[in-house]
Design a protein around this ligand. Structure first.
Ligand code: ATP
Ligand code: MG
Length: 171
């Protein structure tokens, strides 16, 4: 069995890492689809697809997960009816999709793909939105992501990138 987990991973955090371990309990392999792959350098989507690939693969390595996964960047098509075939055109075949996103669940469900919603794990802290907010406000965040993600964010000067993105040119 091969499961598909789709997220934007802006950034990859401990909740994602937990779900991946859960998915690998019931599947030999996992496909990690990096959604909105073409978007970067915005407050909602600060990191590039390549940076997110690094976050995911280094975090999995740190967790001892070394070969039974595929990381596939998936750019948006901006056409919900075409999205599932688009995803399928880019990924290895899969038996089941894991997502908490309502639209993702509906689009796969409508074409008969099995969809499961993984339970949320410490959502107060493990949320991309909350972590981006904390980075911007200099509040503690490094404990909410794998060590490898801290290293990637430092390597690409992610903290100052986010702070710059939050600045307006009107001041
Ligand atoms: P954002 O706030 O930017 O949307 P996010 O934390 O929701 O970030 P996504 O990349 O949107 O992260 O997440 C993709 C999927 O990962 C979600 O649909 C959900 O299934 C799962 N997920 C996210 N956070 C958690 C968590 N804390 N515990 C378990 N699963 C999670
Ligand atoms: Mg989300």
């Amino acid at each position: 069995m091969r499961g598909l987990l789709i997220g934007r991973f802006q950034p990859f955090h401990n909740g994602h890492s937990y779900v991946i371990r859960e998915v690998l309990k019931e599947n030999e392999e996992i496909i990690i689809g990096i959604g909105s792959a073409q978007i970067s350098h915005t407050l909602e989507n600060p990191f590039t697809a390549g940076e997110r690939v690094m976050m995911v693969s280094k975090s999995l390595y740190e967790n001892g997960i070394k070969k039974n996964y595929y990381i596939i960047p998936i750019p948006d098509v901006n056409n919900n009816s075409l999205w599932v075939p688009h995803v399928r055109s880019l990924t290895p075949p899969f038996n089941k999709v894991y997502s908490g996103n309502t639209l993702v669940k509906r689009l796969f469900g409508e074409v008969g793909v099995k969809v499961e919603t993984p339970p949320m794990y410490n959502r107060e802290e493990y949320s991309g939105t909350m972590i981006r907010k904390r980075i911007l406000n200099d509040e503690p965040w490094v404990d909410f992501v794998p060590r490898a993600v801290v290293d990637v964010i430092n390597e690409v000067s992610g903290v100052s990138r986010l702070k710059d993105l939050a600045k307006s040119d009107r001041a």
